[in-house]
Design a protein around this ligand. Structure first.
Ligand SMILES: NC(=O)c1ccc[n+]([C@@H]2O[C@H](COP(=O)([O-])OP(=O)(O)OC[C@H]3O[C@@H](n4cnc5c(N)ncnc54)[C@H](O)[C@@H]3O)[C@@H](O)[C@H]2O)c1
Length: 368
């Protein structure tokens, strides 16, 4: 079935078409976010979880005891060979996304990788090439493009409500929020700190809302002033591993797009600011908008009008994670369009990479 022939149909119709069909999914990386995925899969009857892979035996024990997953492996090579899943959901640290995705694609599996897609644009390109070569669906795990506010703003942009979007401000700011689990402070495993870990979320939602223009130049800087030292300050995530901390505490940047638009990005794990902020706002030639709280700002009847939604649903399938996994499953079973294909992950990765390259170079850099 072609994408065009199902593009206008509702998800409800698609759901009916998937009745009786199953996707056998294996999870690679059985840590914190994999549990969120496993819980979301319980709402997707088409999915059967057939295996789990983790280098830590204790995480495999959790998979068996808490979720009843029987086929457990320490190496994805063994799992791919023995289980032959239809699809692989990669929930490892960022530095392991590319090798796991490429191995799964080469084994003929559809692949979803958690955000950010990888450590660099080159890795993303290799992942996209492997998916194309093997004719499998590759998805970047960007859940905020399924958010009802993002969807409303996209519909408004497509209807011409904003004219040309000229300026976007993205903020993913924590006053004190260095993860005290996992390897989020280790640059060689994560690629960076708040810019790549939480900035990525708001960048992808904003970039999608803008209509995904092409980034051409980046300018930015990063600073580490707190995470690599012990701290006595009371916070909700205390006792992070400061001895292995090699990422930035705070990153600021600006992206120039080929249509002349500018995106400013602010991201922090810690910063001396009044409060946490997770938002993007923008201004276009005809109107502007804000993500949280949602709003549209235009001129009507010779008057400046601020419009706010009276009601927004939670999300199409009740949770952003169910939405993003269901979109992948529907694409696998029905060849419906992917909301966040590998190419979307690559565009966002170019933005992240540009900011980090500019910070290292101390000047504006071009983006290929
Ligand atoms: N979409 C979201 O909102 C969201 C939220 C949190 C994390 N994430 C992403 O999910 C990924 C994992 O984050 P997390 O919080 O679950 O971290 P985590 O540390 O809790 O889990 C990662 C797991 O991967 C395992 N692992 C490491 N190397 C492996 C390998 N070679 N093979 C198999 N398993 C391996 C680790 O042992 C660990 O159990 C990251 O990329 C992160 O950015 C996304």
């Amino acid at each position: 079935m072609s994408n065009e022939s199902v593009g206008t149909e509702s998800f409800a119709t698609e759901e009916k078409k998937t009745v009786g069909k199953k996707v056998r999914v294996a999870i690679v990386g059985c840590g914190g976010i994999s549990e969120t995925h496993i819980k979301a899969y319980t709402k997707i009857p088409e999915v059967e979880i057939v295996a789990g892979v983790d280098i830590k035996p204790e995480r495999l024990t959790v998979m068996k005891e808490k979720y009843g997953i029987e086929n457990l492996y320490e190496k994805w090579e063994d799992m791919l060979e023995q289980i032959k899943p239809d699809a692989v959901d990669v929930c490892t640290p960022n530095g392991v996304h590319a090798p796991a995705v490429i191995a799964a694609a080469n084994a003929g599996c559809h692949v979803l990788t958690e955000k950010p897609m990888a450590m660099s644009p080159a890795e993303c390109e290799d992942m996209i090439a492997a998916a194309k070569k093997n004719n499998v669906k590759l998805v970047a795990g960007f859940q905020f493009r399924y958010h009802p506010t993002t969807k409303m703003l996209v519909r408004a942009r497509e209807a011409g409500e904003f004219g040309d979007i000229m300026f976007v401000k993205c903020q993913a700011l924590r006053r004190r929020g260095i993860p005290n689990w996992g390897v989020f402070g280790q640059k060689e495993l994560q690629g960076g700190g708040p810019m790549i870990d939480i900035g990525v979320h708001i960048i992808e939602a904003a970039h999608y809302t803008m209509g995904s223009p092409k980034p051409i130049a980046a300018s930015g800087n990063t600073w580490t002033f707190m995470g690599d030292k012990p701290s006595k300050t009371v916070s909700s995530w205390p006792n992070w591993d400061w001895k292995t901390y090699t990422v930035e505490d705070m990153a600021m940047g600006q992206i120039r797009f080929d249509n002349g638009a500018i995106m400013q990005i602010e991201a922090s794990f810690c910063a001396h600011i009044k409060e946490n902020i997770f938002n993007f706002s923008f201004a276009g030639t005809k109107g502007g908008g804000n993500w949280d709280p949602p709003g549209i700002f235009t001129d009507r009847f010779d008057t400046m009008i601020n419009a706010t939604p009276n009601f927004l649903p939670k999300s199409e399938f009740g949770s952003l994670f169910v939405d993003k996994l269901q979109n992948w499953v529907n694409a696998i079973l029905l060849d419906t369009p992917l909301e966040a294909p590998g190419e979307a992950g690559l565009a966002v990765q170019k933005i992240l990479d540009g900011i980090y390259r500019s910070a290292a170079a101390g000047k504006e850099v071009t983006i290929d």
